[in-house]
Design a protein around this ligand. Structure first.
Ligand SMILES: NC(=O)c1ccc[n+]([C@@H]2O[C@H](COP(=O)([O-])OP(=O)(O)OC[C@H]3O[C@@H](n4cnc5c(N)ncnc54)[C@H](OP(=O)(O)O)[C@@H]3O)[C@@H](O)[C@H]2O)c1
Length: 320
């Protein structure tokens, strides 16, 4: 072969490799990557299944080795050891995601726990446990991954709850944590706007998951009982009413649908309330209106009914 035609073949070969590498890089960046915390069960697992099925790439945070292996075996999923209360694991997770080179488009702060203890009886360490996972967890994860999300002009979604609006007997610690995420979301949304990052919150009602099973397990292993509680009688009804088995509740696919919209729709909303029944939606909306009425009552510049409806119309127009 003459040397000039051999050189032409070599040049062509190099071009083909370059095209192949560029295409591979493009398809890697087109497959948007999302990190989901607490992906081992319940809502987090459902989000992981749905997003990976749709072709997104999911970094699935979990704590136990068996969960990490199970998640890793799923197509489009890479599990990451991630306890949201441990900075060493969070920093290692950031390094892993960076090294993978896909960037990070979406963050779903899902990991969460619940305790149901009266506020005048809850021990500080139990309150710390509740707030550490449900409030400081999203704060830590978001802070750590914010540079990557900003780089991709991506989205941050937190799994709040209708307990971010409602509260009640024994729900104090849990609903305090979820109320906090309402404020967190609104402040973060404003702060991230200048970077083109959308921030929102998905607020489920009651769905099937392991949240109460984990609560009961922790109570047993930490020797927490209602035996000496001033509310012993009420607890008997409550615990038998809840039970660890939440299989009577719906599968959380309505929640993962809302998360997919929150992450990928062209016009994402700030809040996505997702409830399994009209009743749960009604309690929540009624409570928001009750708070509005309570705030307005006896205030120096009190609005009458017509003025309140005028404000409501204005707010409705904003969301159209
Ligand atoms: N189910 C509902 O009806 C409902 C309603 C409203 C809001 N939510 C919210 O939905 C989210 C998911 O809860 P779920 O109901 O799906 O309960 P779940 O099945 O118990 O799932 C909770 C997940 O969080 C993980 N987790 C707990 N502590 C963690 C920590 N320190 N670091 C990292 N991960 C941790 C658990 O991991 P392990 O398996 O390792 O414990 C599990 O993967 C929570 O934020 C919850 O408050 C649930």
């Amino acid at each position: 072969m003459k040397s000039h035609s051999r050189n032409a073949y070599i040049a062509l070969f190099i071009c083909l490799i370059a095209v192949f590498v560029i295409n591979a890089q493009e398809s890697n960046t087109k497959q948007k990557a999302v990190l989901v915390t607490g992906a081992s069960s319940g809502i987090g697992l459902k989000i992981t299944e749905q997003l990976s099925d749709r072709g997104y790439f999911v970094y699935a945070g979990a704590r136990k080795q068996s969960d990490l292996e199970r998640l890793n075996a799923m197509e489009n999923v890479q599990s990451i050891k991630l306890d949201v209360t441990k900075w060493d694991e969070i920093n290692a997770a950031v390094e892993t995601v960076k090294k993978e080179g896909r960037g990070l488009y979406g963050l779903v702060n899902n990991a969460g726990v619940a305790i149901f203890i009266p506020l005048i009886e809850v021990e500080e360490e139990d309150l710390d446990f509740q707030l550490d996972v449900n409030i400081y967890g999203p704060y830590r994860i978001t802070k750590a991954f914010a540079p990557m999300i900003i780089e991709s002009k991506g989205r941050i979604t937190t799994i709040g709850s209708i307990s971010g609006i409602l509260s009640g007997q024994f729900f104090g610690p849990y609903s305090m944590s979820k109320h906090a995420m309402e404020a967190y979301t609104d402040a973060l949304a404003v702060e991230m706007k200048k970077f083109g990052v959308e921030v929102n919150i998905v607020e489920p009602g009651n769905y099937n998951s392991k949240i109460v099973e984990s609560l009961v397990k922790r109570m047993k292993s930490n020797d927490i009982s209602y035996e000496n509680s001033l509310y012993k009688e009420e607890f008997e009804g409550l615990i038998s009413g809840y039970g660890a088995d939440r299989s009577r509740f719906k599968d959380p696919s309505e929640v993962s649908d809302a998360v997919e919209k929150a992450l990928f729709s062209d016009n994402p909303k700030r809040r996505y309330m997702v409830v399994p029944s009209e009743a749960e939606g009604n309690w929540t909306i009624t409570q928001i209106m009750r708070e509005m009425v309570q705030l307005n009552e006896n205030q120096a510049y009190k609005y009458d009914r017509d003025a309140l409806i005028e404000i409501l119309d204005k707010v409705l127009a904003e969301t159209e």
